[in-house]
Design a protein around this ligand. Structure first.
Ligand code: AZC
Length: 838
């Protein structure tokens, strides 16, 4: 194509294109140009926020260049791509990450400084892209970073919510939610593709007809059409030209305004339709590990899946290959069951629109999809009422019934006369009304199903997917892919001092692309100078957090105390409740001590952070209890600063970047078998923080890697949980005495009106203690004692801290992505070829 252009045109592109180079001067030129033209401001009128915008736009220019080169390279290579479908991408801030990944940080920093701004203040202006709830959404973001870094041809598909996860503020110790209107100012990290628009329909009916070959065919006549507009978010890899894409869809009405209705005086109705269309992508559902069966949520899922598949299919069709090649060109990963309608939609496209025979289509579908499960909690399992699906997506409901019928026929053949098995395996739950079991649909429609840590992947085969194992056999579809985190954001960016020390020690930055190289730190574990710098890095991170705590809560803590952190979504299964009960125990123990006895005690700062789903009453009470305890403890001079408690509001990705590098010990204390993996555990340990954890999720594999001496594990094991619960239900289990004492303290009114906390206490006493706090409480306290003892041995602790980081190579998301690429997606890296500016 290029060859056909006139020489003069090419020469112009050569001459004027591509002045977005990476040197300081070019950056400063961009900065000033954006201040004057993009922002329409002047040298006399730039504050930190404008400086951020100008910097961001300058970086954006350079990102777009790489994005273009990448997309061109991938189109030309025409190799297989992976599409990662996730309703959540919890990206956080982009500027610092882009600067580091592109290698622009130094030049840009200097450039900005000479222009009169401090890079830190500039970076601090950015609002988080908080399009996710917690672990699942942040995992998607880490995976995009690794896909880009490893040169894989990959795209993410998600929704561009107008409101991300709510902002959390505290009032009288209670959580209050505020809307996260993150698009208030322009968003330099997205490229609106107002020309990439897909029509999505809903409702309507299905017509049957006979096609020219005499086959029975079905056509869905949807009535309500909404438009899906693409916004592309470039994701740069580290130390590569590869810059991949997350395409986020935004909904808008098909007809801007119904003029005829307007003329007929139905102004309000016309406006309403417009608003209904825009509603679809208005807000992220704020539940973590919990399904809420709202029709709007189902609409979101289909809207997103339909637009994404249309886009993927359109791209494939350009290559003019036969349909049977589709799975050789396209791999689609389903991030949880949220996108499982994609299985049905692809089958519909192939059968109804493209005229492929059912069985051939189904073969294509199942070879294309793979499914990641992130939880076995029953309340998180997606089930949609059949009548709702039928009404919203009539043709899809038929196809689901057919998929189920053909599947169950096969099961019946393999296991004749086993009606119970059929009922248990069925995609349809035979209740009133019937429900569609999305996890079953995802399993049946995928060629691979994976859990996210070894224990979890074993548990899904024994619990939620047990019957599928009976049918498919043990090793056919089911795999484990232990989660990972990106060391670029979670060490290099969040902990620059430690990153610099590691680079100095190992002699280069290769560890950022091969985290196993951290092992090289082990030979420095006794090196005095190295140890000194290690401690200094941790200390400066603790000072930074101390300042942040003061700024956000007013609480003053001592940066020399042991920092004990639990930050994650507030959930009963994660047991923040047990943590605060332990704090009360500690507090009342300290109160009983003499001053001399207390002199020997390790001072602690217990730090909490995390959001509760707005409708999750018990989780919100836990937040209130933490704050009530903090109020009493922090103002009690009699314990002489030996204990402080702080609840940091509005925990999000950028707050995590401040908290995680500053922790001495962090808590990952879910009831065994409930936390599928956990990923913050990996982030803490990578940053030289020890962990206190139950034998659950990825804690187990972290333990395996870092060894007994460097981790504090406690509590009952996953296989004991059923019996313990049974005992609570049917026997009179005596209450653990230490826990009873703590309950008495709360009930005595030590932390304010005890009636407030009664529903919470009842979960332990009346509610059969489903999460087994009473069963684990004593071993939790014992483990905490060991933590105190270990921390007193300063030198011993430093050694542990170093060995923690040094052994964390396995938990890089690069390792995880490589495993997915090889075992599930069958894709190869495609290094980006640098083009001139044509
Ligand atoms: C989370 C799991 O709770 C967490 O253990 C895991 O580390 C994370 O996914 C990433 O795999 N699950 C969710 O956030 N949500 C759901 C629906 O599972």
């Amino acid at each position: 194509e290029i060859a056909k252009l006139p020489k003069e045109t090419l020469a112009l592109w050569e001459k004027y294109g591509g002045d977005e180079t990476d040197d300081k001067e070019a950056f400063q030129k961009s900065f000033i140009r954006h201040v004057t033209t993009t922002l329409a401001r002047s040298i006399y009128n730039i504050d930190n926020f404008s400086a951020y915008q100008a910097t961001a736009h300058s970086v954006r220019d350079r990102l777009i260049k790489r994005w273009n080169e990448t997309q061109q390279t991938h189109t030309e290579a025409d190799s297989k791509r992976v599409y990662y479908l996730s309703l959540e991408f919890l990206l956080g801030r982009s500027l610092d990450n882009a600067l580091l990944n592109l290698g622009l940080k130094d030049n840009c920093g200097e450039g900005v400084k000479e222009l009169g701004f401090a890079m830190e203040d500039v970076l601090d202006q950015e609002v988080d892209a908080a399009l996710g709830n917690g672990g699942l959404g942040r995992l998607a973001a880490c995976y995009m970073d690794s896909l880009a870094t490893l040169d894989y041809p990959a795209w993410g598909y998600g929704l561009r919510y107008t409101y991300g996860i709510f902002q959390q503020r505290l009032k009288d110790g209670y959580q209050v939610e505020f809307p996260d209107y993150w698009l208030n100012f322009d968003n330099p990290w997205e490229l609106p593709r107002l020309d990439v628009v897909v029509d999505v329909k809903f409702y309507g009916s299905v017509n049957r007809y006979t096609d020219e070959k005499g086959r029975k065919r079905y056509a869905w006549e949807g009535i309500d059409t909404v438009q899906s507009v693409a916004y592309d978010v470039p994701i740069p890899g580290y130390g590569t030209k590869n810059c991949i894409n997350i395409r986020l869809w935004s909904s808008k009405p098909k007809r801007q305004f119904d003029l005829s209705r307007f003329n007929e005086g139905q102004y309000e109705q016309a406006v309403q339709e417009q608003m209904q269309a825009e509603n679809i992508t208005a807000v992220l559902y704020p539940n973590d590990n919990h399904m809420v069966g709202k029709e709007l949520r189902l609409k979101q899922q289909y809207f997103w899946v339909a637009a994404s598949l249309f886009d993927i299919v359109r791209r494939f069709k350009k290559s003019q290959r036969p349909w049977s090649h589709f799975p050789d060109q396209v791999a689609i990963q389903l991030n949880d069951t949220h996108p499982s309608l994609a299985i049905v939609e692809l089958q519909r496209i192939l059968v109804d629109l493209e005229g492929v025979d059912w069985d051939d289509a189904w073969e294509i579908v199942t070879r294309t999809f793979a499914f990641t499960n992130h939880t076995i909690l029953p309340e998180a399992m997606e089930r949609w009422p059949v009548p709702m699906v039928q009404y919203l997506l009539p043709r899809h409901m038929q196809i689901i019934f057919d998929i189920n019928l053909f599947f169950l026929q096969k099961v019946e053949k393999a296991f004749p006369d086993n009606r119970d098995l059929l009922a248990r395996l069925s995609i349809i739950e035979e209740s009133t009304p019937q429900f569609v079991r999305m996890a079953h649909l995802a399993v049946v429609g995928s060629h691979r199903v994976n859990g996210v840590a070894e224990l979890h992947s074993e548990l899904i085969k024994k619990t939620i997917f047990k019957d599928f194992i009976q049918y498919y056999g043990n090793d056919s579809k089911f795999e484990n892919k232990t989660n990972g985190i990106t060391p670029r954001r979670w060490l290099h960016q969040a902990n620059p001092k430690l990153s610099e020390l590691i680079t100095d020690t190992l002699g280069n930055k290769n560890w950022l692309k091969n985290l196993d190289l951290l092992k090289g730190l082990k030979s420095y574990v006794d090196n005095k100078d190295f140890r000194k710098r290690w401690v200094a890095a941790k200390h400066s991170n603790k000072v930074r957090l101390t300042e942040y705590i003061k700024k956000t809560t007013g609480i003053i803590v001592n940066s020399n105390a042991l920092f004990d952190v639990q930050v994650k979504r507030i959930h009963e299964y994660k047991r923040q409740f047990m943590n605060i009960l332990g704090v009360i125990h500690r507090y009342n123990t300290l109160k009983k001590m003499t001053s001399e006895e207390r002199a020997d005690v390790v001072h602690r700062v217990v730090i909490f952070g995390g959001k509760a789903a707005p409708g999750y009453y018990i989780a919100k009470l836990v937040i209130k209890l933490i704050n009530s305890v903090a109020e009493v403890v922090n103002n009690d001079n009699s314990i002489e600063d030996s204990l402080k408690v702080a609840f940091i509001p509005d925990y999000n990705v950028s707050v995590a970047e401040i908290i995680i590098p500053a922790s001495d010990i962090s808590q990952h204390i879910s009831t065994a078998g409930t936390e599928a993996s956990g990923t913050s555990n990996m982030k803490f340990v990578l940053n030289g923080g020890l962990i206190l954890g139950t034998v659950d999720g990825a804690n187990i594999e972290i333990h395996e890697e870092i060894g007994d001496d460097n981790i504090f594990m406690f509590g009952n094991l996953a296989h004991q949980v059923d019996d313990l619960r049974h005992a609570h239900r049917y026997r009179n289990v005596p209450m653990d005495p230490s826990l009873q004492a703590v309950i008495n303290d709360i009930e005595s009114g030590q932390f304010g009106d005890s009636r407030i906390f009664a529903p919470l206490i009842n979960t332990l006493t009346l509610g059969q203690d489903y999460y087994l706090i009473s069963d684990d409480f004593q071993s939790y306290l014992d483990a905490q004692k060991l933590v105190d003892e270990a921390y007193k041995d300063k030198e011993g602790w430093i050694t542990k801290s170093i060995l923690c980081s040094a052994n964390m190579g396995k938990f890089s998301s690069d390792r995880a992505i490589q495993e997915y690429a090889e075992r599930i997606w069958n894709i190869e890296p495609v290094p980006v070829v640098t083009k001139k500016h044509i």
